[in-house]
Design a protein around this ligand. Structure first.
Ligand code: FE
Length: 193
């Protein structure tokens, strides 16, 4: 049972002008695809070959199998974290949880942007739900993700340069600011427990 590159949940040009079709072409079609291909090569004929992705992430420990498995999971989650801009906002239970944790959506954005923009190197910014139910911003280096930290991922932004270099060159803050226009709040809400 080999892992498969998931289809993007929208056409490649649907996130423009915030993310271009060229970025999605490379990021999904080359980078994400390479993690899936590498993962399948690494786990072929091993004890991981029939494991669900989450179990590989939980058990593999540091190394190439973890890195490629987690990058496959993180990218699959990232594509779903976005959708073509429709002006939607957090509502209901999600809006209440954001207000409780941060004071409001603007304060959440500020905390998330600060975390993303001050993070050195490659990694991921996350909105997570902690075991006590409260929300928090987290960041993880390289391929790591909140699953190994006992946190529930709600939203992620890829901070690797390959996520933004075509559209924003070195300007990560511009990319992170643009990201808010295409956040899929319905997906975020669906991840709440
Ligand atoms: Fe990426």
């Amino acid at each position: 049972m080999a892992f498969k590159l998931p289809e993007l949940p929208y056409p490649k040009d649907a996130l423009a002008p915030y993310l271009s079709a060229e970025t999605l072409e490379y990021h999904h079609g080359k980078h994400h695809a390479a993690y899936v291909k590498k993962l399948n090569e690494l786990i072929a004929n091993s004890k991981y070959a029939e494991m669900p992705l989450e179990k590989i992430i939980a058990t593999a420990g540091p190394g190439a199998i973890f890195n490629n498995a987690a990058q496959h999971w993180n990218h699959s989650f990232y594509w779903k974290s976005m959708k073509p801009r429709n002006g939607s906002k957090p509502s209901g239970k999600l809006a209440t949880a954001i207000t409780q944790a941060f004071g409001g959506v603007d304060q959440l954005k500020k905390a998330f942007n600060d975390a993303a923009n001050n993070f050195f190197g490659s990694g991921w910014a996350w909105l997570v739900q902690k075991p006590d139910g409260s929300l928090a911003v987290d960041k993880t280096p390289d391929a790591e993700n909140p699953l190994t930290r006992d946190e529930r991922p709600l939203l992620t932004c890829d901070l690797w340069e390959h996520a933004y270099y075509i559209d924003y060159r070195n300007a990560r803050p511009d990319y992170v600011e643009a990201f808010w226009n295409i956040v899929n709040w319905e997906f975020v809400a669906s991840n709440l427990k």
